[in-house]
Ligand binder design. Sequence first.
Ligand code: GDP
Ligand code: MG
Length: 449
Amino acid sequence: LSDRLTSTFRNLRSKGRLSEADIDATVREIRRALLDADVAVPVVRAFTGAVRERALSAEVSGALNPAQQVVKIVNDELVGVLGRETRTLRFAKTGPTVILLAGLQGAGKTTLAGKLALHLKGQGHTPLLVAADLQRPNAVTQLQVVGERAGVPVFAPHPGNQGLDDVLPAGADPVAVARAGLEAARQRHHDVLVVDTAGRLGVDGGLMQQAADIRDAVDPDEILFVIDAMIGQDAVTTAQAFADGVGFTGVVLSKLDGDARGGAALSVASVTGRPILFASTGEKLTDFEVFHPDRMASRILDMGDVLTLIEQAEKAFDAEQAERMAGKLASGQDFTLGDFLVQMQQLRNMGSIKKMFGMLPGMGQMREALDNFDEREVDRIEAIIRSMTPAERETPKIINGSRRARIAKGSGTTPAEINQLLERFDAAQKMMRTMARGGGMPAMGGMGS
Ligand code: GDP
Ligand code: MG
């Protein structure tokens, strides 16, 4: 999906003002990219229509940076379709909360049962898993294995597991097992019951009815529809079939560790209007995340969390200060150490600098550098600049040996560290000059070190 979008947005970014033709070209690329990612056609149509309308509006033409505004609109619309807020599990007011898992065979239900159990246990709940998939011979054993890994008991229709000696005999029907599981959860004071069901190969057949019967027997608080993120165009028909056949309150996207960019997420969320609660990202029980609509939007846009970064920057950087800085640079004045100091303080407002670097795109390969990044470094830089006189901040060239020694003493650093900072500042200053010429985002330049 996103290589093309990335280059589209890059082209857009180089423009100061957008024509209707620019916007149409961008919308066309977005449409093509979404179709490539197997987002359903009606979803793509509705989405691009909304983006185009907003992009042509005053919201964009009046903006300081119209191109950036369009990127934000695309992101905003994506987040809107994906659900905006993270939706958490709903728990029953009394008695055990019942969570029913439904989905095609191989979607990842049984694996999810273990992940959910571990997740719930971590939150202080006392889940019980119920093996109501009696379709495949191995299904019960598979659930017992994940239950054991999660350290959570499994209610299953044959004796000899987890000390449950009152279980139903093998051969019992799944509805009876689910019902007995709920009874067991009540008696043993488990506050959550997770019911694993049989997968269906296709969307038709009696197994859909079986899931509906189980639903009627246990009256779930949540029915989670588990869908493989790699499913492609079939996402819509599958989701629709489950919505009609069983109904569901939420969605879990599985196998997000694969190549899928999240086209299925967009289709399912858009077509069913149901929130996505969790994402499964691997075969291990810990490969499990609460679903964040905004992060998925970024994933679809493949921009790291660059938009979050932009928003935080907008919040943290005093707009007036940014404009003053932009004006100063535009008029050919230099970026000074004093400005550098102000920016350092503003960077600090943005929260952990390390976290911020993590949000920049293309940082995946720079993990090591990131891990070595020391936030105390910023403290040192600040201390050094604070130990300079206003004249030294304005014109670092005047810093000679004795001044350097004084600054080092004042800031508790060494003359070598002062030199290092001055060199880095020099590089940042050069970058600021370049950015001022290119009309880039001057407030971000302080990070260049
Ligand atoms: P079920 O038929 O719906 O119960 O699906 P399973 O839980 O048995 O999963 C089917 C296969 O997909 C198994 O081999 C799982 O290990 C694998 N699987 C499940 N979830 C994920 C995931 O998030 N990522 C990856 N890579 N594999 C998964
Ligand atoms: Mg299963």
